[in-house]
Design a protein around this ligand. Structure first.
Ligand SMILES: [Zn+2]
Length: 281
């Protein structure tokens, strides 16, 4: 599943291809790929200008406004939220491009191009939201803070008293948003913290260190356009490069790059977790 760096990369790639264009038509090819109020998407979005493409957690957001820049009113959608889940992709194609087998939604743009939402496994969605809808969207309202924005003190306070295992806390989108299996395992290895340690058993000093390491790992991954495992591609169809920096993710049974011991694999928080029993305590 694309995590924070991958969704950030997609948003940065899509922004110059979509911002400033209006949506001229919406084609829903698979009803279950639309969450929330479908009529709002189909009748509200056409005619609206894509003002900004950005990210919150693992959600890709498109802010829409009326083209004359008057503030949106009533039921006009002010936002499209895409969750790519397992296999969702967003690409801008030329005018003549026909839908593919896995295309679930197409937005026609005023420059003649088309934004495709493809999703082979159909777990992803697009949700159209009027301003008042945000208040009723439980997923949105329970999203935790952004890991690249939270300060060290707040990060420590967030985790210090929790009894859950630290990896479970990092994966919990209501605790902190945007982190998935890759960046949880890579950060915990670099911080020398065993993923199955209870948060409240990790010293404050090591939580401080994890804060800096998590931010550094996420920033490096954004610089390298994310990690391409299986089928993630950015908005230009290019693969990311951070997978070349993996020290533990997907490397169970291989030698630890620091101490040479065989990396262990276990289930933590229901996810396959790779760690070093010597370097992580
Ligand atoms: Zn080791």
């Amino acid at each position: 599943m694309p995590e924070l760096p991958e969704v950030e990369t997609i948003a940065r790639g899509l922004a110059p291809q979509t911002e400033g264009r209006s949506i001229t038509a919406v084609h829903v090819l698979n009803a279950t790929s639309v969450e929330g109020r479908r009529p709002l998407l189909e009748t509200g979005a056409p005619g609206m200008l894509i003002r900004r493409v950005h990210r919150r957690g693992k959600l890709l957001l498109m802010d829409l406004t009326a083209p004359d820049a008057t503030p949106p009113a009533g039921d006009l959608p002010v936002n499209l939220a895409f969750h790519l889940k397992m296999s969702g992709r967003l690409f801008v194609y030329g005018k003549e491009t026909p839908p593919e087998a896995h295309t679930r939604l197409i937005l026609d743009l005023s420059d003649g191009n088309r934004l495709f939402f493809d999703d082979m496994r159909k777990f992803g969605y697009c949700r159209a939201l009027a301003e008042q809808d945000f208040g009723e969207w439980a997923f949105w309202n329970t999203l935790g803070p952004e890991p690249l924005e939270i300060g060290e003190e707040d990060f420590v306070a967030l985790l210090r008293h929790r009894r859950t295992r630290i990896k479970a806390a990092l994966l919990d989108q209501t605790v902190i948003a945007g982190i998935g299996n890759i960046y949880a395992d890579e950060s915990l290895f670099r911080a020398g913290i065993r993923p199955d340690t209870a948060c409240n058993a990790v010293s404050e000093a090591r939580l401080r260190s994890l804060h800096g390491i998590l931010q550094a790992v996420l920033q490096q991954a954004i610089r390298e356009c994310g990690s391409s495992i299986r089928d993630y591609r950015d908005a230009h169809g290019d693969a990311g490069a951070f997978q070349n920096n993996f020290l533990v993710y997907g490397k169970g049974g291989e030698k630890c790059t620091v101490c040479g011991r065989k990396l262990a694999t276990a289930k933590v928080a229901g996810r396959t977790t790779v760690f070093c029993t010597k370097c992580q305590r």
